[in-house]
Design a protein around this ligand. Structure first.
Ligand code: ADP
Length: 190
């Protein structure tokens, strides 16, 4: 099975993806993580994306589709797409890539939350990292968060309709506690 996790920043996509990896041996493909790795590697591409990410804007479709294409070319299945697709162009590219490899998307799971909780969660995540002496994400601040939320509503939220039209959309209550969300997702997958 291949699934997409949809939802705004802070909705819990990364947390749930990690649980699915552990519980079911699925493979998490997080474009956010890939881009942070590119940034850390100090390559030319890394430098370009670092600036865009810090502001909270979306990196170009070309770059992220390229990253996903590379991963899919390595083969395998049981993918959890986390943070990808984020635009309609990315969604179309993913459909084409899946076709090429003879695979398909089985569900797009939307983690439904509200804005107030997102701000609390992201500010909380930054505070926890700071308290633990860990690096704080450059985009986990109030200013970038505003841009990230706007990018979500303008560019990513149309995907809800897109996957609904494809008959793949499944909603879960992202405000519930981690275990309840996990159980809701498990029920969809089973
Ligand atoms: P979050 O979901 O908390 O916003 P991510 O780690 O998924 O965090 O993404 C962090 C940043 O990486 C985004 O704000 C954006 O700049 C960039 N990014 C990640 N995935 C994509 C994507 N599919 N398309 C464009 N930009 C992306």
């Amino acid at each position: 099975m291949n699934i997409i996790l949809l939802g705004p920043p802070g909705a819990g996509k990364g947390t749930q993806a990690a649980r699915l990896v552990e519980a079911r041996g699925m493979v998490q493909l997080s474009t956010g993580d890939m881009l942070r790795e590119a940034q850390a590697s100090g390559t030319e591409m890394g430098k370009i994306v670092a600036e865009v990410m810090a502001k909270g804007q979306l990196v170009t479709d070309e770059i992220v589709i390229g990253l996903i294409r590379e991963k899919l070319a390595q083969g395998g299945s049981g993918f959890i797409f986390d943070g990808f697709p984020r635009t309609l162009a990315q969604a179309d590219a993913l459909a084409a890539l899946m076709d090429e490899t003879g695979q398909s998307i089985h569900a797009a799971i939307e983690l439904q939350v509200n804005d107030e909780i997102l701000v609390d969660r992201i500010v909380g995540r930054a505070e926890q990292a700071r308290a633990a002496g860990q690096p704080v994400r450059a985009d986990d601040n109030a200013e970038s968060l505003k841009t990230r939320l706007m990018a979500y509503y303008k560019q990513t939220s149309p995907l809800i309709g897109y996957y609904h039209a494809k008959g793949l959309l499944r909603g879960v209550d992202g405000l519930a506690d981690i275990h309840t969300v996990e159980a809701q997702i498990a029920a969809i997958l089973d």
